[in-house]
Design a protein around this ligand. Structure first.
Ligand code: NAD
Length: 414
């Protein structure tokens, strides 16, 4: 089958490589450097499995039918499926996702391939696919939510918790096309997933074909739940810190209840990254006239947490003459290769707003400064220059300066 993928970021690239094990995949990006890197077997993102797939393809050890291109005609002509994995950023003015890149990609697909099934993998507002099908009078647009984690993008597609696709339930052709798409993703999964046992007793990868609006809601409610969990344990930590209690002991005691469980319970400066901040805001916007308290609180809790963290830091340097606050990494979590919407950036802003000098240690940033703070790659100098080192996530390399470190990474993971 010829399959096109629009966008070669975390989502597009992992899906494209997964599918290229069994099908001919043409991955299109508008950034020519990315296309060049991919065709030279180099991953533009840090991801163990993506790098391994590209290496083995390059050496011929495990050939893939994968090709990157910037040419829409080459990618889209005669494709049977076109997967859209372009960015959707939350527009604070319009209070909605900016879906223009999705629409641009769909228009490009349709120019070259009037009959292909288009599957949107980008995260979109609830109800978007149905509206678009109506607006474009195009019955061949489906939606499939993506649940991967950055840094484990291909791994999560090889070992999916579930595969979901949305199609209008009153359109048998669309439902059948959605089922085929789910099967294509399942076919690319690691073989041992086929006989795995799930918590509900079922065997294999759970597959769901639901309405497009339900599929969109699954994505936003799943991410908002994760944000809720992060916010909950952060707020538990805020309480414990304010009352002089041991957060770690409380979380251990709470999470030993199997109904609560581990995961997403390690305190941080706030939830961040590309998805949780924008997906929670989008879900809140989708509620509009629907009654709610929780969703708004999940969005607000993150601001409150970042303010609390900033005030804790300011309190610690209150009696230091001309203090310098060192920011250890701008990344959202351990192992991340980008710092889109990381919580530490808002903490940094709040500290700077108080006129306090800051220095950032961020080895992946090739700029001498970041929003007015100097950036260094010299860790030892950074440790010496900082009166306090602020680390959203602990790094072993900070061990010899541990007495200067301010972190809430109590479990030293994720
Ligand atoms: N990153 C994640 O963890 C994650 C997880 C689940 C869902 N999502 C969603 O998936 C979508 C993509 O996320 P991502 O992290 O892969 O984004 P990304 O920014 O890493 O990659 C998007 C890619 O699309 C390209 N692009 C932009 N416009 C294009 C166009 N018109 N045609 C072709 N390519 C185009 C960009 O150059 C870029 O390479 C977003 O809606 C995001 O919310 C992301």
């Amino acid at each position: 089958m010829k399959i096109a993928v629009a966008g070669t970021g975390y989502v597009g690239l992992s899906v494209a490589l997964l599918l290229s094990q069994h099908h001919e995949v043409h991955a299109l990006d508008i950034v020519p450097e990315k296309v060049k890197m991919l065709n030279n077997g180099v991953s533009p993102i840090v991801d163990k499995e993506i790098t391994e797939f590209l290496d083995k393809n390059q050496s011929g050890e495990r050939p893939l039918r994968f090709h990157a291109t910037a040419d829409p005609a080459e990618a889209y002509t005669n494709c049977e499926y076109a997967v859209i994995a372009t960015p959707t950023n939350y527009d604070e003015q319009k209070n909605y996702f900016d879906t223009s890149s999705v629409e641009a990609a769909i228009a490009a697909v349709r120019e070259h391939s009037p009959a292909a099934w288009i599957v949107i993998k980008s995260t979109i507002p609830v109800g978007y696919t149905a509206q678009l099908r109506e607006k474009l009078q195009d019955a061949r647009i489906l939606f499939s939510p993506e649940f991967l984690r950055e840094g484990h993008a291909l791994y999560d597609n090889l070992h999916p918790s579930r595969i979901v696709a949305g199609a209008p339930q009153d359109d048998p052709e669309a439902v059948s096309a959605a089922k085929t798409f789910v099967d294509l993703l399942a076919q690319g999964a690691a073989p041992d997933e086929l006989d795995r046992k799930n918590v509900d007793g079922s065997i294999g990868i759970p597959e769901l074909v639901v309405g497009t609006t339900e599929a969109e809601a699954i994505k936003l409610f799943a991410n908002t739940y994760l944000a809720l969990r992060v916010a909950y344990f952060n707020e538990l930590d805020t309480y414990a810190e304010s009352r002089g209690l041991n957060t770690q002991e409380i979380i251990n005691g709470v999470c030993l209840d199997p109904r609560i469980g581990e995961g997403y319970n390690n305190p941080s400066f706030g939830y961040g990254g590309y998805c949780l901040p924008k997906d929670t805001k989008q879900l809140l916007a989708n509620y509009s006239s629907v009654p709610q308290n929780l969703i708004e609180a999940i969005v607000d809790a993150n601001y409150t947490r970042k303010d609390f963290i900033a005030s804790e830091i300011l309190e610690k340097v209150r009696n230091v003459e001309h203090p310098t606050v060192g920011i250890y990494r701008l990344t959202m979590k351990a192992g991340s290769d980008n710092f889109r919407q990381s919580a530490i950036q808002d903490v940094l802003k709040a500290i700077k707003a108080e006129g306090i000098a800051t220095v950032i240690y961020e080895p992946t940033l090739d700029k001498p400064e970041f929003h007015g703070s100097s950036v260094t790659h010299d860790l030892e100098q950074f440790k010496r220059d900082s009166d306090i080192i602020v680390a959203n996530r602990w790094g072993e390399e900070l061990s010899d300066a541990a007495d200067k470190v301010f972190t809430r990474d109590l479990f030293r993971r994720d």
